[in-house]
Write a protein that binds this ligand. Structure first.
Ligand code: SAH
Length: 387
């Protein structure tokens, strides 16, 4: 199939050779080609690969294949099927997991999440949007879901000149889907929930914390209460805190669904509440600290680190001896080094002796490629007070 050709300079070509799928505007010769799949060549006319073309984005090209293969319905179906097969460990009835993690699965700008029999996807580039029908049909044939909802209401689409919208691509997606996560049941809000309905990237960490939980638990930035549900199965009691009333309303329903009555839901600002808990001399044996991304941009990193340090320091201070603290950051711009440096500073200031029991990250269904740092964003640690 003949595709329009786009020419890149040596620096652009080198990025692909290094294993990164993006080529930026400055490394691409201007071309008046509508969004779609293009053939990419170097200045001598040598074929380099096929890519998604986004004429209005700083990221002009996203590599799909270095072979000249026909990228049609069969190709998309095969790619999605293969990504799903790599997750065979998660093929449990009624479970939720990420089937396609964009660049991490070689399918740049495509997110596909499975919630039981239902799929929620995101198309995050103009090039991908132009083949939306193929992608939706491929998801259908690879995964055979009852419905496909496109949660294309993500602000990064603005950089691509795309509208923010929610589209029913197939079937009828229910408002809520009941999901089984290890021993816990929860209801995911596919249309209105954050991301595609739930934070699937912490699934493995929630199950792990469920096993480590004991005594009095505290789940900070609880959202729809998923960590709290896991903790409450083993802990004597759990206090779960979030600033969003609607999120806590679903959290309460989730607790009922699990027959758990030992969770106290509190609508509050975590910064204020932590200060009050510390001043009140309260102590907790199991603490989860899972804040939203404090640094959405590079120039916000310093302020973000100050915020992370404040909540980590206070959490360390109210941790009982022998207690366990799960702490995480999902800010891509805060690197692992900075995150662990911040934790060490907080530990020093807290005067506590904290053991780094385990370094954790995003679930294995969110693969991070070594050559594509943008595919990794979640870092975390399990700390234990050994004083
Ligand atoms: N732990 C959750 C995900 C947390 S997402 C899970 O595993 O599913 C981050 C949450 O922090 C959101 O629900 C948001 O409402 C809440 N939030 C953001 N800023 C806050 C603040 N200052 N105080 C309390 N909650 C806050």
């Amino acid at each position: 199939m003949s595709r329009p050709a786009v020419v890149v300079n040596a620096r652009g070509a080198t990025r692909w050779r290094y294993g990164h799928p993006w080529i930026f505007r400055s490394d691409v010769e201007p071309a008046r080609i509508p969004p779609g799949i293009v053939r990419v060549e170097d200045r001598r006319g040598r074929f380099l690969g096929q890519a998604l073309w986004s004429p209005r984005s700083e990221i002009r090209l996203r590599l799909l294949a270095t072979a000249p293969a026909d990228i049609g319905l069969d190709w998309w179906t095969d790619q999605i099927r293969r990504a799903d097969r790599r997750r065979s460990a998660f093929h449990v009835g009624g479970g939720a997991y990420r089937v396609v993690h964009g660049e991490g699965d070689g399918l740049p700008s495509l997110i596909v999440d499975r919630y039981g029999d239902h799929v929620v996807a995101q198309l995050l580039s103009a090039g991908l949007e132009s083949v939306r029908d193929h992608v939706a049909a491929a998801i259908r044939s690879a995964l055979d879901p009852q419905s496909i909802l496109l949660r294309n209401d993500v602000s990064v689409r603005r950089h691509e000149g795309l509208p923010l919208e929610i589209v029913q691509a197939y079937g009828v997606s229910p408002e809520m889907v009941e999901i089984l996560e290890g021993p816990v049941r929860y209801r995911a809000a596919l249309r209105t929930g954050q991301k595609t309905g739930a934070f699937l990237d912490q699934r493995e960490n929630r199950e792990l914390m469920g096993r480590l939980a004991h005594g009095r638990g505290l789940d900070l930035f609880s959202y729809q209460g998923l960590f709290a549900l896991h903790l409450a199965r083993q802990a004597a009691s759990v206090m779960a805190v979030d600033s969003s009333g609607p999120a806590l309303e679903i959290a309460r329903q989730n607790a009922e669904l699990n027959g758990l009555s030992n969770i106290q839901w509190r609508e509050a600002n975590v910064f204020d509440l932590l200060r009050a808990l510390e001043e009140g001399g309260e102590r907790f044996d199991t603490i989860v600290l899972d804040p939203p991304a404090f640094a959405k941009r590079k120039d916000a990193v310093e302020r973000a680190l100050a915020g992370y340090k404040e909540i980590n320091l206070r959490a360390m201070r109210i941790l009982s001896p022998g207690g366990v603290l799960f702490t995480a950051s999902c800010s891509f711009h805060v690197g692992r080094g900075e995150f662990f440096g911040m934790l060490a500073d907080a530990a020093a200031d807290s005067g506590r002796r904290l053991v780094l029991e385990r370094i954790v990250g995003q679930g294995t269904d969110h693969p991070e490629l070594l050559t594509v740092p943008e595919t990794g964003y979640l870092k975390g640690a399990i700390l234990r007070a050994s004083d």
